[in-house]
Ligand binder design. Structure first.
Ligand code: CO
Ligand code: CO
Length: 328
């Protein structure tokens, strides 16, 4: 749904809650967190969508990596999952569904998550995803707000899956590009999350449908910090800038920009293709985390040592221009 619409639909409704809700609907966080005891809390999240790649098995892998990501973004470890399926039984070969589910299961196995069940409905349009439950220590929850002046912002995956998928649909992406973006979208944020536990991370989110700047806006809106993004240091998928320059930009990027442009200041001479990539909706994107400056290079090196070679410092947190994102 376009950003803001679900929040608008919920506005004014009284949401059931109690003192064990540690992270609820109020903060636009990646997932909800519920305390079970002094040293254990549940993380719950759910995500599903229509196919974004042609291969059913790959679609299953990507949907599962995407659904698991919100648990990692909160600093947790996924434990159990349930399938969510909408399938056009009358018009589609059931083998396609089997392949999608097999792809999802392969990623659950990789992440050490068990599949407990699921729910399916017949629908004109195929959709697949998962609800995921994870564990976290109540004192170790990473929320999307909490950035401190002086922090550096680190992003773990390059941007541009929305633009690249648009190029794939237009028949313009090479086989090599398709293979590499599929691997990127199916890559778990597990290893990045494991590295985070060794650093004094102040805030974290994963980059999905609202794009880098949409999710960053949620990290700073209403806070006492501002952020500066070093646009030339943001990792981009190879080829994405060219495709964006050709106008292969998904509609979601424009909706994301319209929704948050009042919070973003950028140079008039910023390359419009780069601007579009900063708002490009990502599928199963990377983690975006804040870390004190003095540990930030060590963090990037540790991520690199885990094979997360695209991880980079892309910005800094300031106590100026509060609630604003400045692109330089
Ligand atoms: Co998320
Ligand atoms: Co999500």
């Amino acid at each position: 749904m376009p950003p803001g619409d679900l929040a608008a639909a919920l506005a004014g409704l009284s949401i059931p809650t109690n003192e064990n809700v540690l992270v609820g609907l109020g903060t636009a966080d990646d997932a909800g967190v519920y305390r079970i005891s002094a040293d254990l809390a549940l993380i719950q999240t759910v995500d599903f969508f229509t196919p974004i790649v042609d291969d059913p098995y790959d679609f299953g892998r990507i949907a599962a990596a995407n659904a698991l990501s919100d648990v990692y973004a909160m600093g947790g470890v996924p434990k159990t999952a349930m399938n969510l399926v909408a399938f056009p039984l009358a018009s589609m070969d059931p083998q396609i569904l089997r392949d999608i589910l097999a792809g999802g299961i392969s990623i659950l196995e990789e992440s050490g998550t068990v599949l407990l069940g699921g729910h399916s409905v017949e629908d004109d349009e195929l959709k697949y995803g998962l609800s995921v439950t994870g564990f976290v220590h109540p004192d170790k929850i990473l929320a999307n707000q909490g950035l401190m002046p002086g922090d550096r912002l680190i992003l773990t995956k390059p941007l541009g899956t929305g633009v690249m998928n648009t190029a794939v649909k237009a028949g313009l992406a090479s086989d090599k590009q398709i293979v590499s973006i599929t691997a990127l979208m199916a890559a778990l944020n597990r290893d990045a999350a494991a590295v985070m536990t060794r650093f004094p991370i102040t805030a974290c989110t994963d980059i999905t449908g609202f794009g880098l700047l949409g999710h960053l806006a949620e990290m700073v809106v209403g806070t006492r910090v501002g952020v500066t993004i070093f646009s030339d240091r943001v990792p981009l998928i190879s080829g994405a800038l060219d495709f964006a320059g050709m106008g292969l930009v998904p509609g979601g990027a424009f909706r994301n920009r319209k929704f948050r442009e009042s919070m973003v200041a950028m140079d008039a001479d910023l390359n419009p293709a780069l601007r579009d990539l900063l708002f490009d909706p990502q599928t199963s994107g990377g983690l975006l985390m804040g870390c004190p400056k003095k540990r930030s290079q060590e963090l990037v090196d540790a991520l690199g040592a885990q094979g997360i070679a695209d991880a980079a410092v892309i910005g800094e947190v300031t106590d100026r221009r509060r609630g604003m994102i400045t692109i330089i």
